[in-house]
Ligand binder design. Structure first.
Ligand SMILES: Nc1ncnc2c1ncn2[C@@H]1O[C@H](COP(=O)(O)OP(=O)(O)OP(=O)(O)O)[C@@H](O)[C@H]1O
Ligand SMILES: [Mg+2]
Length: 410
């Protein structure tokens, strides 16, 4: 969809901002361009909508050489979120959002309608924020308006230059999540610039790591983290890349433990017998709709069994039944504890980890698409999953090396 062929940009003062760049972004793909300040990211981006002309090489959009396309017509097909947002301070939020429809000559009613839809889409209530001016918004809200404005003419291609750069990490993470959700329905072809490797890893289908106008590595996030192509990339990605991997490694079935599963209305002694026979210290408890309710711990077993052992007597079921209100023997429901920490299969390990911390839990239940319980992720299993993902990449790299050697031997 966007294809750079040996593109070089040299500024009149002799600075080579981009050097022999070749890169292709597929239709519907989100490529993040990451690198330190001054490495040529903005220059690369501006060449796509012809705000800057390359010194040599060419750029194709949908197979068409853009140097032959009228810049104004070209920009209609490309939404652009500029670095530092760049809203017009003297225009309202609604008018800012409607900039491109205005340039395209839409009627005032159409413009306002479209702008309101887009503000809704990025999570800003148009009736509340539409008539405000940019300086009456928070930083995060301004960035949302920037995104809404870029989407206004529904362009197939989006260029986003550090669109979430000017906000604190919490707001940033929130905006990133919203944008990912939006992208999963819009499927735009996106070139996304950032200097934050964390953001690049989180958003990108593939990451182009830039060093001084050249691509050092162009690969999916797991590969960039797991197998940095050069010492420069390894350094840029950082020593804590194990941690970053958590956000790109998904929970798989094979990562899960399968503790005994009991139901709320099961008789307690039957549940205990199961747990004892499986040597389990706890069981997962589901309700009658098979949804997660919580867990039945070893302490419920221990206390009751302990009482019986201490007195040297068989458990007095008659007394227990009396205590429970005559007839009914105790059920799992009487001893189960609530626990609502769960995640869908395929969630990133990082989410499992933060969920464990948030719920102060030693495990997280994992559900499938239909919300059925499939197993639990424990800290031990989380660690194994991380190892699995690192080993898999190292294997990939070794295989590629072997293939290369075979090719050069032949
Ligand atoms: N108009 C210009 N004339 C001369 N040099 C320029 C011009 N614009 C940019 N440069 C230089 O080109 C290089 C790349 O700049 P660019 O703006 O593309 O970097 P960047 O990767 O976007 O950086 P940042 O992360 O700081 O936004 C820098 O060394 C910059 O000083
Ligand atoms: Mg820049």
């Amino acid at each position: 969809m966007i294809r750079f062929e040996n593109v070089t940009k040299r500024y009149p003062d002799g600075t080579t901002a981009v050097h022999e760049l070749s890169l292709e972004v597929a239709r519907g793909e989100l490529v993040t361009l990451v690198g330190p300040s001054g490495c040529g990211k903005t220059t690369t981006m501006k060449m796509v909508n012809r705000l800057i002309e390359p010194t040599s090489g060419r750029i194709l959009l949908d197979g068409e050489d853009i140097s032959a396309v009228d810049p104004v017509e070209l920009r209609r097909r490309i939404g652009y979120v500029i670095q530092q947002v760049g809203l017009f301070p003297h225009k309202t939020v609604l008018d800012n959002t409607a900039t491109v429809p205005y340039l395209l000559g839409w009627s005032k009613t159409e413009r306002r309608k479209r702008a309101a839809e887009l503000l809704d889409l990025v999570g800003l209530d148009p009736s509340r924020y539409g008539d405000r001016y940019p300086d009456q918004l928070s930083g995060g809200q301004r960035q949302r308006v920037g995104v809404a404005r870029a989407l206004a003419a529904d362009p197939p291609v989006l260029l986003m230059d550090e669109p979430f750069g000017a906000v604190d990490p919490v707001v940033r993470e929130h905006l990133q999540n919203e944008f990912l959700k939006l992208q999963s329905t819009l499927h735009k072809t996106v070139l996304f610039v950032t200097h934050d490797i964390e953001e690049a890893v989180r958003l990108g289908d593939r990451i182009a790591v830039y060093g001084d106008g050249r691509i050092e590595q162009f690969d999916p996030p797991t590969k960039v983290l797991g197998a940095p192509a050069t010492p420069y990339v390894a350094d840029f990605v950082g020593a804590d890349r194990g941690l970053k991997r958590l956000s790109v490694t998904a929970i798989e079935r094979g990562d899960l433990e399968e503790p005994p599963v009991v139901h709320l209305d099961d008789p307690l002694d039957k549940a205990r017998a199961r747990m004892r026979s499986e040597g389990a210290r706890w069981a997962v408890v589901l309700d009658d709709a098979d949804e997660l309710h919580g867990w039945l711990g070893a302490d419920a077993l221990g206390t009751d069994a302990g009482t019986a052992a201490d007195t040297g007597a068989e458990p007095d079921t008659t007394a227990a039944a009396k205590a429970a209100g005559e007839s009914a023997p105790p059920t799992v429901a009487d001893h189960a504890r609530r626990m609502e920490a769960w995640l869908p299969l395929g969630s990133p390990l990082k989410q499992a980890f933060s969920s464990m911390l948030q719920h102060d839990a030693g495990w997280i239940a994992v559900l499938d698409d239909a919300d059925r319980f499939v197993g639990v992720l424990t800290p031990g299993r989380l660690h194994e999953a991380l190892r699995r993902s690192i080993d898999a990449d190292e294997r990939d790299v070794r295989r590629e090396e072997v293939e290369l050697e075979t090719v050069s031997d032949a």
